[in-house]
Write a protein that binds this ligand. Structure first.
Ligand SMILES: [Zn+2]
Length: 259
């Protein structure tokens, strides 16, 4: 069983270089998990422009066979960083798309989605995946319906500004997609551009491989809620419309209407 505390702990970890590896792997009953993991690690390195060092890659691959033995037929989330000795393999309660991500933080959005599925009361329902995203859809709809004075933030730039400004109560994000951006090394302001937003920018802008993951970690750390939406959004229902893309949205202050 996945817990919020476990996710928060993983979300709080970070590295200076993009050496934190997140893998979501489907474990077939009999197949070479190590080879598949190697492919995902290579793709992750290519995507972030900085491949994982061969020694670190081998360190991770050597630890995988026991996961394959213990979790046949399931999706396993693997979080690893050779430099800090981190290796955590978490069997997920549901199949999720395979992915590999290298960054300065762990890619915990798929794990949050898996946790949301654990919270659906009727686990036997064929619509568990869809139900698991209803809170995210409803919250997004609520945020979109708020008057401008209600302090909602809609869209990625507005959410980056809100999270940079202070604690955010609720953040709705897509499960996939990495958005590179910048973080101010002095005040922590997040932005998509290196030359806007912060007076310190000229000297202190640090590249961040994925600003969405950065926001997720900060909101969790501040005790806020992060709601994730992914594959279940294709079906529309009254009261839970698909929000327009980009559907990153946030509420800055405690707001009674969604509680
Ligand atoms: Zn700054």
């Amino acid at each position: 069983m996945i817990t919020r505390a476990q996710i928060e702990k993983l979300g709080a970890l970070h590295a200076v270089e993009p050496t934190m590896l997140s893998l979501h792997l489907a474990v077939p009953p009999a197949a070479n998990l190590t080879a598949r993991a190697g492919e995902l690690i290579a793709a992750a390195g290519a995507a972030c422009g900085q491949p994982l060092a061969a020694r670190d890659r081998n360190w991770v691959l050597e630890k995988l066979p026991p996961c394959a033995r213990d979790c046949p037929g399931r999706t396993v989330a693997v979080f690893a960083c050779a430099g800090s000795g981190l290796f955590e393999a978490i069997p997920l309660p549901c199949p999720l798309p395979e992915c590999g991500v290298l960054g300065v933080r762990l890619h915990i959005r798929p794990l949050l989605l898996a946790w949301q599925r654990c919270l659906v009361p009727d686990q036997a329902s064929s619509d568990v995946a869809w139900w698991s995203e209803v809170p995210a859809r409803r919250t997004a709809a609520t945020i979109l319906a708020m008057p401008p004075g209600g302090r909602p933030a809609v869209g990625l730039p507005a959410c980056l500004a809100a999270v940079s400004a202070g604690p955010v109560q609720t953040l709705v994000v897509p499960v996939d997609g990495l958005v590179p951006g910048y973080e101010c090394g002095r005040c922590g302001t997040l932005s998509l551009d290196a030359d806007t937003c912060c007076p310190d920018w000229g000297t202190a802008a640090l590249p961040v491989p994925d600003v969405i993951e950065e926001m997720v970690s900060r909101v969790l750390e501040d005790g806020g809620d992060v709601l994730v939406a992914g594959g279940g959004w294709s079906r529309d229902q009254p009261g839970c419309p698909n929000p327009p893309a980009p559907y990153t949205s946030a509420i800055r202050d405690p707001c009674a209407c969604i509680r």
